[in-house]
Design a binder for this molecule. Structure first.
Ligand code: AQP
Length: 338
């Protein structure tokens, strides 16, 4: 169904703190590749961020930092649209319409809400509960056909597809919204915590040692990898033998991805060795990849005006598309626009 649409990429990142290796390898690296071949729209999703309380000064700082990170990782604001979500009010308008399309049963199946709300579900914000409907609005407002995300967002993307389909069916406007395709890295779809290989690397993990931040110094990277949890077994020669060793698998996966090797190649060269050799090589590779990005982020952060200007220009471009599409949606729904 999406074949009739102009190929458009949309994705967002929350300005909720230091971006980390998981955000980079799982999502942003792919954003950079895609801008070489498709029209891309990348958004700093501040409306999503406030589903969990954010200090207003911190939020502003994080907005600029995320924008700086986009640029430092290689996004080109002349080629792609880079903007902040709250400055294009059509996101919220479409999200409301989708709140009325989406079903409570669908929301109740979302595992990320259950994880983030934890035991105290009654006290979670309503925004956190309907977060996936806003995500659907972000993507469909631009009739995006492709969405690069980490594996953790797969379920939300399926919901976006259901919402698009239901809107098209309910309003008998077949083919109005595309049914967007998730673009999930096959080789490394989920970077796991360095402290617990069963949980994803995440900004909100209390332990700094669970993640490599893109602004970490050389020393911090060496220290964190040295302390990364492994087990007492040596590196095996077969992938199957990593099945019940999540921390070992995570380090080997990151190493293979970042050095452009297959998992088999890594195991061939490392089998029988203990983790200290892999950790040393992994740290070297991470320092070579991450430190130049971190340095660039720190430089860019000094020029707030430049970063705000990028967001402003991007928002104006995004608004042009958003206005046209929201007016069509309003017409389909039966609203009278003035
Ligand atoms: N560990 C990860 N591995 C692969 N991809 C990941 N992403 C996040 N963590 C990993 C992908 O990064 C993009 C931006 O994520 P986000 O900031 O919008 O939200 P998130 O998924 O909630 O990220 P965090 O770091 O885990 O934040 P908190 O701690 O606040 O929940 C998305 O495409 C995501 O898939």
């Amino acid at each position: 169904m999406s074949n009739n649409f102009k190929q458009t990429v949309f994705s967002g990142v929350q300005p909720t703190g230091n971006l980390h290796l998981g955000n980079y390898l799982g999502a942003i690296k792919n954003f950079v590749e895609l801008q070489k071949k498709m029209k891309c729209i990348y958004c700093v999703v501040d409306l999503h961020a406030i589903t969990v309380f954010q200090d207003s000064k911190e939020l502003k700082k994080n907005m600029l930092e995320t924008t700086a990170t986009f640029i430092a990782c290689g996004l080109d604001f002349k080629k792609s649209i880079i903007f902040n979500q709250s400055s294009v009010s059509e996101h919220s308008e479409l999200a409301w319409i989708f709140n009325c399309i989406s079903r409570i049963g669908w929301m109740n199946r979302m595992t990320q809400f259950k994880e983030k709300a934890g035991k105290n579900k009654e006290n979670a914000s309503v925004g956190l509960y309907v977060y996936p409907n806003l995500m659907a609005a972000d993507i469909l407002l631009y009739k995006a056909t492709h969405v690069p995300v980490g594996d953790d967002q797969k379920q939300h993307l399926e919901l976006v597809r259901d919402i698009a389909q239901k809107f098209n069916n309910d309003y008998k406007s077949d083919n109005f919204f595309p049914i967007p395709e998730p673009l999930i890295q096959k080789k490394l779809s989920r970077v796991m915590s360095l402290r617990d290989g069963k949980n994803k690397m995440s900004k909100s993990d209390e332990s700094e040692y669970s993640r490599i931040n893109l602004q970490d110094t050389e020393d911090e990277i060496y220290k964190k990898i040295k302390k990364a949890k492994t087990d007492s077994e040596p590196i095996p020669s077969r992938i199957e033998d990593l099945k019940n060793r999540p921390e070992a698998l995570n380090l080997i996966n990151i190493y293979s991805f970042i050095t452009n090797k297959t998992l088999e190649n890594t195991l061939d060269s490392m089998a029988g060795k203990d983790f200290s050799k892999l950790k040393k090589e992994l740290s070297d590779a991470l320092v070579a990849t991450i430190c130049p990005i971190g340095k660039k982020i720190k430089e860019l952060k000094k020029d707030e005006k430049y970063l705000i200007d990028i967001l402003k220009k991007g928002s104006n471009k995004a608004k042009e598309i958003a206005k046209i599409n929201i007016n069509k949606v309003k017409d389909i729904v039966g609203f009278i626009s003035h």
